[in-house]
Write a protein that binds this ligand. Structure first.
Ligand code: ISE
Length: 334
């Protein structure tokens, strides 16, 4: 059986997903793509023999499309996800589920009216071998009770128009999701500290930032968000428990030693670093949808992450510690 997929948004991530779905995910077929940039959508669609739309709503309404992947800008996610729910089509929505708490709650309301889950959010780190191994080590009791989580999230450079708020809502959202998933606890407070900005960052961008998160059971998480670090895409973690630590990403791949030096590779961006994770994410989503179940990161995860991100943005802009209040978790997400 093949799943006929429509992809909304043919920018950087949309193109990556279309290529992967069309060439290396079994039982998947890209039958439609859409983008407000019609020329770009045509180039991407023609490459895989997909129908092309300029409006995502037309794609969602197309009879050929059985499931939808949303990779358009974050501010469009709510309307397209709601349209998929209204059309009863399973949807994999890139992060964020939606940029505001209220928008996420509207998605939760629409999905909880259904008998089963239809929405998955694209938190791909959960599909990465390293992140999974870290969680397994913790759950196997290898490091004892978790006390601290140190996260480094560095991008080489930002695209034009990137803002200090986006450093949280676009980048740190991944670290918020990892915190909740890895530790199995909600985040209850955020506090953003601001070191001297890098002279390599665009004027006015508060880069780097140190985002401190507190979890419900008292663990502390520090996320360094540094999005103009110049040298590559660098994701590193260290989980400190009562009896040991587990770390990730210090040295990935192989190191070459020669002429009294050693060398290794640092990924260019997240598509390279998390390529295998995206592959597994799409594969499990397609298999799940064909079997009638969606089990990856949920709309609840999308909501909780946005709630923490919103509190962190408030902290960034108001220079104070902020707290996070979540609504009661609906039974659908138990
Ligand atoms: C980007 O949008 C992503 O989603 C990447 O995974 C993240 O690491 C990066 O910082 C974001 O800008």
């Amino acid at each position: 059986m093949t799943l006929r997929i429509g992809v909304v948004g043919t920018g950087m991530m949309g193109q990556d997903h279309v290529r992967r779905l069309a060439t290396s995910v079994p039982n998947a077929e890209v039958v439609a793509v859409s983008d407000v940039n019609l020329e770009q959508a045509k180039r991407v669609g023609e490459g895989v023999g997909a129908r092309v739309f300029s409006d995502g709503h037309d794609l969602i309404g197309d009879d050929q499309v059985q499931a939808v992947l949303i990779a358009s800008p974050g501010f469009t996610h709510e309307e397209f996800t709601l349209a998929c729910l209204a059309a009863d089509k399973p949807v994999l929505c890139e992060k964020p589920l939606a940029p505001t708490i209220d928008a996420c709650l509207r998605v939760l309301e629409a999905e909880t009216a259904k008998p089963r889950r239809q929405v998955q959010v694209g938190f791909m780190r959960r599909y990465d071998d390293g992140f999974r191994a870290m969680k397994e080590a913790l759950e196997a009791g290898q490091v004892g009770r978790p006390l601290l989580l140190h996260c480094r999230h560095r991008n080489a450079a930002t695209p034009p128009g990137f803002t200090s708020d986006l450093m949280i809502t676009d980048s740190v959202v991944h670290d918020i999701d990892v915190t909740r998933w890895l530790l199995g606890q909600e985040v209850v407070a955020a506090n953003v500290l601001k070191p001297r900005p890098s002279s390599k960052a665009p004027e006015g961008l508060q880069d780097p930032q140190l985002v401190l998160l507190e979890t419900a059971e008292g663990a502390l998480v520090d996320v360094e968000s540094f999005v103009n670090c110049q040298y590559g895409y660098d994701i590193r973690y260290e989980l400190v428990g009562e009896t040991g630590t587990v770390s990730l990403g210090e040295l990935a791949g192989v190191q070459v030693r020669q002429q009294e030096r050693y060398q290794g590779r640092i990924p260019t961006d997240w598509r390279e670093r998390f390529g295998a994770a995206y592959q597994r994410e799409l594969q499990e989503w397609v298999t799940g949808v064909l079997q009638g179940q969606v089990s990856g990161p949920s709309a609840w995860d999308g909501y909780a992450t946005t709630a923490v991100a919103e509190a962190a943005v408030e902290s960034l802009n108001e220079d104070r510690r902020t707290t996070v209040e979540l609504v009661e978790r609906p039974a659908l997400y138990a």
